[in-house]
Structure formats: structure tokens, C-alpha cells
Design a protein around this ligand. Sequence first.
Ligand code: ADP
Length: 271
Amino acid sequence: MVTRIATRATPDADPDWPYYRPVGRECELFELAFRHRLPLLLKGPTGCGKTRFVAHMAARLGRPLHTVACHDDLTAADLTGRHLLQGGETRWSDGPLTRAVREGGICYLDEVVEARRDVTVVIHPLTDDRRLLPLERTGEQLHAPPGFMLVVSYNPGYQHVLKNLKPSTRQRFVSIEFDFPPPAVEAEVLAAESGLSGERCAALVNLAGRLRALKGRDLDEGVSTRLLIYCATLVQAGMPIDEAAQYTLVEPLSDDPDIRAALRELIRMTF
Ligand code: ADP
């Protein structure tokens, strides 16, 4: 059954609307998944726009958003809630997943593979047609309303044997792969986010292409769109480009002196 929830007018009508430049048909896919109550999995490297995309879509669909950055200590109770001692009394306090279910919002679990195993146990019944969140500790069985949607992400580049999504979990999600945007789009994003001229942004994106070519050889991760925006922001604020690149593209990428020297040389040759 299709959910009829009014979407908001246009991004331009709302200055608080998170800016997102679509790369393909990801906005249409998100909207369809939402309307048909399907959970969504976003795969892709860090800093390529996944979180911004979800924030944009939540605004577009007019749904509250609960984002959780998962880490290896995150347990199911951190998502569902727990009893807290307040003024001598114990009171139940909803976690972000429970709040999203109660209010019909979007819950985004960023880097879900990092979380403890018991997290998958609580999300499974929410990802099939039951759309159910059992809260053992309060005895409640919450049925997710039409406005609820579960979105999770992970970075396949970080995968190792212990930190991988089990097939039984992966196969519960509509999945879409994210990557750094094509050069022209990435330059547009940089310009929009930093205010730097299109021409200088294009030069930075060109440099990013060269740095990304080192991934797998000298670098574990390619330079992210996020780091390029930091660089463009410092340059727009008046910092010389080679200095900005040092702080945003060399230091965050490697601690190895030889690799950093090679990165600096690459930057020197580009500008
Ligand atoms: P991820 O969640 O994939 O780690 P983010 O969504 O935090 O990455 O993206 C990092 C930054 O890159 C965002 O804050 C945003 O400024 C920018 N960004 C990346 N892709 C886009 C895009 N397509 N449209 C708008 N901004 C983008």
C-alpha cells in the first residue's frame, strides 16, 4: 500500500532545507522506498554525501530525522531506550529508534556494521512487513506508522571479517551505492558549500582525482568530498591553496612521512 504523506513545496522555498545535489536517481528511489515502507541501505565511502542526502530527504518528505552514528559500544538499548533514575524514581526514556517509531520519523543508523550484534536483532522486525519494534523492558509492541522509515549506511571499504553486514540483514534492505560525485557535480557542490569560484573548485576536484588514484596503493581511503569542502572553505577565507591543502588533504590522509611528502609533491605539481 502506498503511503500518502504530503511532501513540502520546493527546496528554494525553505532556507533551512539541507542542500543536496543529486547525482543520479537517488532522490526518486528514496521517495519511492518511503512511500512503499521499504527500508534503505546506503553503501559508500566516508564523506561522500550519504548523511546530507538523508537530511535532505527527511526535510523534503517533512519527517523528523533521528541520526545515530554507530560505534562498537552501541547496543540495542542505546537505540530502543532504557530506565533512568530521576529524582529517586525510575522513568523509561525512549532511545532514538523508539522516538522515530513513535512519531513516524526517519531513523538513520550511520555505519551500522560498527554497532553490537544485538542491534540487528531489534531492527529485523522493523525491516519486514511487520514493521514492529518490541520493547521487552516496557512490554510494549510498537507498530511503526506510515511515516516511519529505517535508513542504514555502511562503508564497504572498511569491511573485515568481523565487521560485515550478514546476508540475512543485507537482504532486508533496498540498497544503493554512493560514491564521490562525478567531477563537474563535485565542483558544483564545493562551490555551493564554500563560496569558492567554480574554476578554483574544478582545480581542487582535479587534484582530488589524482589523490584518489593513490587509494589502495599508498592510501587506504581516497580524499573525501568533505575534506575538499574544508580545503575550499579555507582557500575562500584567504589561505593560500598549498597551505590549505596541507591541513585538509595531506595531514588527514596519512601519518606516514614518505606518503605525506609524495602528497605534497603532487599538490605542488598541480598548482
Ligand atoms: P557521509 O555521510 O557519506 O560520510 P556527508 O553526507 O557528511 O558524508 O558529506 C560530507 C559533506 O559533503 C556534506 O556535509 C556536504 O557538505 C558535502 N556533500 C557531499 N555530496 C554532496 C551532494 N551531492 N550535495 C551536497 N553536498 C554534498
